[in-house]
Each structure stands twice: as structure tokens, then as C-alpha cells.
Write a protein that binds this ligand. Structure first.
Ligand code: F6R
Length: 360
């Protein structure tokens, strides 16, 4: 690919979503540092008083702000279940044995505000993570510690700072241990892919970035992303990024569950008229049983799919592999937009929906 053709593709990235992905390794420790500013406050008020790890950590947040809840138990060994709430209501079982963290980048998301109010009523909210808005105002009014994020990004592009902040709060609450190491490992995994991406391209001998090659192959396919164990969360991140950056449908599923349903669904995939592509996210230290399932399913559905891309993690830890595979997906999803000649950043339909809801 020539310098000019890569440049003309990148010209569509007017808000620099590629730059936001490259900033991910720096975002992670930044998020942790921001949470650490409140460490004593969070720990003394919530963990210190009770002196124990809570029964569960409930993390309320939607879209790009909610993904941290999925990634935390994927990347770190958790000492209590982390329950993601992606909706208006806290489950009825949440009591003062549990801790709630509400995450909204804008601070304006109605589902998260609703959960925050319910958590305050039940006296279970440990912290909020936000750039400001109504969530920060309500947290300040209720005396709830607030980790304040840097503003000016798309929420989904702030995944590093959101994850670092949530990991810091989880550590202060006794839900994970040795957060500094977890974050370092995530940085190492993200850096692998970011460095590889920045090391390619015209200024480095004209080679196209590997993520662009993958996006070229995936372009105009219906994409299914499959993960297993910790890469299940990453498969869902890929799906959301292909939706929000690439502006096309995408589906996520997980082994071994998919062997009991989706596998059969591939039989008449061709009848949909779509060209199907399968993206396989092998987990870190995949067991023989899981690896065998990936292989056997691939061979059973070979006639139904047009393309099969397998990503084997190279990072040396589970946390690293989580962020390595995540950054891959972020880059690929951006190139899917650029190949279509569109800007990956705007999510006009989300804004239209929120505006229409506000008018009701
Ligand atoms: C946009 C994005 C969305 C938002 C979601 C919730 O980049 O990622 O998925 O994250 O609409 O909004 P916030 O994050 O502001 O609570």
C-alpha cells in the first residue's frame, strides 16, 4: 500500500481515534493514579470499617463506561464476584454486604444515574468514576468519593483510564490485590500492539499496519467474534467497537457455551445472504480442551464461513493478553470505518436516542 493511499484513509480519522488507541498504555496508570488519590477515603469508609472484602462488587455502567466491569475479572484475579449491571435497576439482592461503583464517562447516562440513586438509598455506593455531569454533582451532594477522569474523549476511547480507575477502587475495597502489577501487565499487553502498529506504515518502509490488513479482509463481512474465559469480555469489546467505530453489526460469543447452540446455527448461515467472518480470540494459556473446541468447531463450520482469523495472544500474562487482544480489536474496528471512507468517532445514533428519550 502506498504512502498516499494510507494517508488518504487516515484523513477520515478527523478526531484521531487511532491516537486515542495509542494513548491506551498511558491511560491505564493514569486511571490508577486518579483512583489512588481517593484510596484512603474509599478504603476507610468502606473496606476499613468492615475490615473485609465485600460479598460482591457491583459495577453499574453502560457502553464504553460499562466495559471495565467485564474487563476487571477478565484481567485480574478477583476475591469477590464482580457483577456488571447494565440497566436502570440494582438487583434486589444488593445489600450493605455488597459495594457499588457507578461509572459514567459523561456523568449523564440515565441508567447509571438511576442505579446511583438506588445505591445511595441502600447506602451501598462506594465510589463513582466520571468526568463530571449530573453523576459528579449527585456524588458530591451525597458525600460519595468521586474518581474524576480527564474529559474530552469518547467514553469507549477512555477504556484504559476507566479500567485503571476501577481497578484502583477495587483494590481499595479489597476485591483485587496488587493492582500495580495488574495495571503494569495490562500496559505491557497493550503496548505490544500499539508499538507494532506505530512501527509500521509509510514512515517505516511502507508496510501497511497489520490491523489494516485484517480490516481489509473483514470488510463487508458479517463478523462473529468468539472468545473463551477471559477473552469472552474482549469478544464483547470487539463487537461494541465494530458497532461504534465500524458502524456495522457484529456478534460476540464464547466457548464452550457456543458449542451447545451457535455451532448448529452455522448450518444454514449461507441462507442469510451474508458473507460471514469468524474472529477467534484464543485465551491466554488455553487448555487442551478449549483449544480442541476452537479447532473442531472451525473445521465443522468451514463451509459456512468465508473467512477465519485467529488471534493467539503473545503477552506473557492473562492481564496482558486481555489488553493485547482488546487493542487489536480497537485498531481493526477503526480501519473498518476508514476503509468505508467514514470517521470512526461520531456515534450520532446514540446521541439521537438519548435526545429522544430526554424529550419523553
Ligand atoms: C461512546 C460510547 C458509549 C457510551 C454510552 C454511555 O463513545 O462508548 O457506549 O459509553 O452511551 O455513556 P457514558 O459512558 O457517558 O455513561
Amino acid at each position: 500500500m502506498t504512502t498516499t493511499s494510507i494517508d488518504s484513509l487516515i484523513a477520515h480519522d478527523t478526531s484521531d481515534m487511532l491516537g486515542a488507541v495509542a494513548s491506551l498504555p498511558a491511560q491505564l496508570p493514569d486511571g490508577l493514579a486518579r483512583a489512588n488519590l481517593l484510596r484512603t477515603q474509599v478504603a476507610e469508609r468502606w473496606a476499613g470499617d468492615h475490615g473485609a472484602t465485600p460479598r460482591t462488587l457491583v459495577v453499574c455502567g453502560m457502553g464504553g463506561s460499562g466495559v471495565g466491569a467485564d474487563l476487571l475479572p477478565a484481567a485480574a484475579d478477583v476475591l469477590a464476584p464482580v457483577v456488571a449491571v447494565k440497566g436502570y435497576d440494582l438487583p434486589g439482592w444488593v445489600t450493605d454486604e455488597d459495594r457499588v461503583v457507578c461509572v459514567s464517562y459523561s456523568g449523564a447516562t440515565s441508567e447509571t444515574l438511576s442505579c446511583f440513586d438506588q445505591a445511595v438509598e441502600r447506602s451501598v455506593v462506594a465510589a463513582v468514576i466520571t468526568t463530571g455531569g449530573e453523576l459528579l454533582a449527585r456524588a458530591e451532594a451525597a458525600g460519595v468519593p468521586a474518581v474524576v477522569l480527564p474529559s474530552g474523549m469518547q467514553p469507549r476511547a477512555a477504556v484504559g483510564v476507566i479500567f485503571g480507575a476501577l481497578a484502583g477502587v477495587a483494590d481499595a475495597l479489597g476485591v483485587i490485590e496488587d493492582v500495580a502489577t495488574v495495571v503494569e501487565e495490562c500496559v505491557a499487553g497493550a503496548t505490544l500492539v500499539v508499538d507494532e502498529h506505530l512501527g509500521t506504515g509509510p514512515e517505516h518502509g511502507g508496510e501497511a499496519p497489520p490491523a489494516l490488513d485484517f480490516a481489509r479482509r473483514l470488510h463487508d463481512h458479517a463478523i462473529v467474534v468468539s472468545g473463551a474465559s477471559h477473552t469472552e469480555a474482549v469478544a464483547h469489546r470487539w463487537k461494541a467497537q465494530v458497532n461504534e467505530n465500524g458502524k456495522v453489526p457484529c456478534f460476540a460469543s464464547a466457548y464452550p457455551e457456543l458449542c451447545h447452540n451457535e455451532l448448529v446455527g452455522w448450518e444454514f448461515a449461507g441462507a442469510t445472504g451474508a458473507r460471514w467472518a469468524l474472529v477467534e480470540l484464543l485465551p491466554f494459556a488455553a487448555s487442551e480442551a478449549i483449544r480442541a473446541r476452537f479447532d473442531i468447531v472451525r473445521s465443522l463450520i468451514a463451509d459456512s464461513i468465508d473467512l477465519d482469523l485467529r488471534f493467539e495472544p503473545r503477552a506473557s500474562t492473562r492481564a496482558g493478553a486481555t489488553f493485547e487482544q482488546l487493542v487489536w480489536g480497537d485498531y481493526v474496528s477503526i480501519y473498518l470505518a476508514l476503509l468505508r471512507g467514514i470517521d470512526p468517532t461520531p456515534v450520532e445514533r446514540i446521541h439521537a436516542l438519548k435526545a429522544q428519550l430526554a424529550g419523553r
